[in-house]
Design a protein around this ligand. Sequence first.
Ligand SMILES: NC(=O)c1ccc[n+]([C@@H]2O[C@H](COP(=O)([O-])OP(=O)(O)OC[C@H]3O[C@@H](n4cnc5c(N)ncnc54)[C@H](OP(=O)(O)O)[C@@H]3O)[C@@H](O)[C@H]2O)c1
Length: 215
Amino acid sequence: MLRPWISTNLAVSADGKISSVARQPTGWTSREDHLRLLELRRNADALMVGRGTLESDRMTLAVPGKSIQPLRCIVSRGGQLDPDHPVFRKPGGAIHLLVTESGSQPAAVDATIHRQDLAGFLATLASEYGVNQLHCEGGGSLIRSLAELDAIDEFHLTLAGHTLFGGLMAPTATGIPADFLPNALEFEISHFDPLLASGECFLSYRRWKNPAVSQ
Ligand SMILES: NC(=O)c1ccc[n+]([C@@H]2O[C@H](COP(=O)([O-])OP(=O)(O)OC[C@H]3O[C@@H](n4cnc5c(N)ncnc54)[C@H](OP(=O)(O)O)[C@@H]3O)[C@@H](O)[C@H]2O)c1
């Protein structure tokens, strides 16, 4: 599958949730975690989020101080976005909206619209827009779709030991707990940085494929 190298970044509570049942927006982790989020955006040619995260977190997907801004990619089935959302008002990279549902009428927003599936969109970004590194900031539903495609190369996690969200319907790193992924995906830990003062731990995992086993 032709695609960019893909990293993801999420903060999870001590009970494995990325938000509350009521979809509490970002802001519940430390300042250091926010700085790490910005740092992880730095090397990306493109940033990508699901529509749910874009809306709940009011994201602009910009990288402060970077002269060439990464593309801002939004993934949606129906493409129903608010044209007054900050992402369309604040400066940043070109906006690309993936709309996967055939027959849907996306909102009139200032973005290049792509009508294909997620795998096709990843291929388009690599082949037509020169995206070598794509960084995905969630949410759980979109990360689950990437995991189903086995399209995650590096998984950054902030384990936030200070928070328990609870709630069966609170999203996890792969969305609302549901069916298992079709296959287990193996990752190896590449970074471990506990921060006692904030009660958080920064972790990174790299996808590991056993060369002896055909995948
Ligand atoms: N703790 C963290 O680090 C972190 C990070 C990110 C998000 N969050 C939180 O997570 C919550 C949102 O989670 P979520 O799972 O609902 O968010 P999400 O994945 O950002 O958004 C879900 C929506 O994105 C679109 N989508 C996702 N995967 C798709 C696919 N494969 N094809 C087409 N469209 C796709 C759909 O949009 P349409 O409805 O338009 O079809 C879907 O309803 C928020 O509370 C946010 O604050 C936390």
